[in-house]
Structures are given as C-alpha cells and as structure tokens.
Design a binder for this molecule. Sequence first.
Ligand SMILES: Nc1ncnc2c1ncn2[C@@H]1O[C@H](COP(=O)(O)OP(=O)(O)O)[C@@H](O)[C@H]1O
Ligand SMILES: [Mg+2]
Length: 172
Amino acid sequence: MQAQPSCRREWISRGEADTVALAEYLARRVQPGTVITLDGDLGAGKTRFSQGFAAALGVKGVVNSPTFTLIKEYEGRLPLYHMDVYRITQDEAEDLGLDEYFEGSGVSLVEWASLIPDLLPVNRLSLRIEHAGGDSRIIQCEGMGSPYAQWVDELPQQGELKKNGEPEDGKA
Ligand SMILES: Nc1ncnc2c1ncn2[C@@H]1O[C@H](COP(=O)(O)OP(=O)(O)O)[C@@H](O)[C@H]1O
Ligand SMILES: [Mg+2]
C-alpha cells in the first residue's frame, strides 16, 4: 500500500468559543465514514469540542461525555457516533466492533483514542488538545491520509473563523 500523505498543524484556541468554532468548521466537511480522534488531559476540551461538533451537525439535545456508556449514537445531518474509550482496555475495545462504526454511514468522534492505537483506521483526523494556561489550548492537528491531510492543510487560523465555523472569506 502506498504511504498516505499526512499534514500537521498547531492550532491555537484562546477560549471555549474558538474550540467550538473549530468543531463547527470541521463539522461542515464531514462525510459518511469520517473519523476524528480526540486526546488530551481531563478538562482539555474533548467533550466541549464534541458538543460543538454535534450541534453543528444538527444533533438536538444534550451531548455528554460517554465515559460510562462507551458509545452513544445521535441523529444529525449524518449519524454521530460519540465514543469514549478511557475506561476500557484495547482487548475489550476489540470486542466492541469499532470498525462497524468507523466504516458506517455516520461520523465517529473518539475521545481518548490514543489508548487504542491498533484499532483506529489509518486515515483519520487526530486532534490532541493541550492546556496552554487559563482558557488557552494548543490543538495539535494531524490529518492522516485523504481527505484529512487536506483538511488540516486548509484549516483557517483561530480568528479567521466566524462564529458558525465559516472561514472569514466565506469559502468553506
Ligand atoms: N479553549 C478552550 N477549549 C475548550 N474548553 C475550554 C477552553 N477554555 C476553557 N474550557 C473549559 O474547559 C472544560 C473542558 O471540559 P471537557 O470538554 O469536559 O474536557 P475533556 O472532555 O477533555 O475532559 C469546559 O469546562 C470548558 O468550558
Ligand atoms: Mg470528556
């Protein structure tokens, strides 16, 4: 198999609204089978990102951390599979049949994905959220393969996204 291109960027979030704007921007690009992984310490903003993403996808109602349920499904413009694999081992995760979600007709958001590296699809968007003092976060974005590398390459900077996640110049 040919090596897929990948693209990395550091994206600065100056507060919750920026993280939500990034989530909204990415939610505009999703298609069936999109996989986005979220890592970072407790309180980094993984779930906050997921909530903004879900809302932008048209999910009605409350999106909570699925820490105890492992996987929650929501209906939006596309189905949303919100997973949190913090409490399971890779062996246990294998039994969940995650591939069915990753290759399904919806969009997968996986919190703590770095705990199950062997079970992730090769092509994915990885977001690692790091505390950077106060409400600031550094979001390490890595797009692996198509179309994610291009997403990261084209990602507008913080401050270039409007509230609804549209880039300032109106191009989506
Ligand atoms: N820049 C930011 N991005 C995301 N969340 C932020 C930011 N600044 C402050 N917060 C706050 O940090 C908390 C993140 O919590 P949460 O999303 O549940 O974290 P995690 O799921 O990573 O454990 C929320 O209370 C949110 O309001
Ligand atoms: Mg969480």
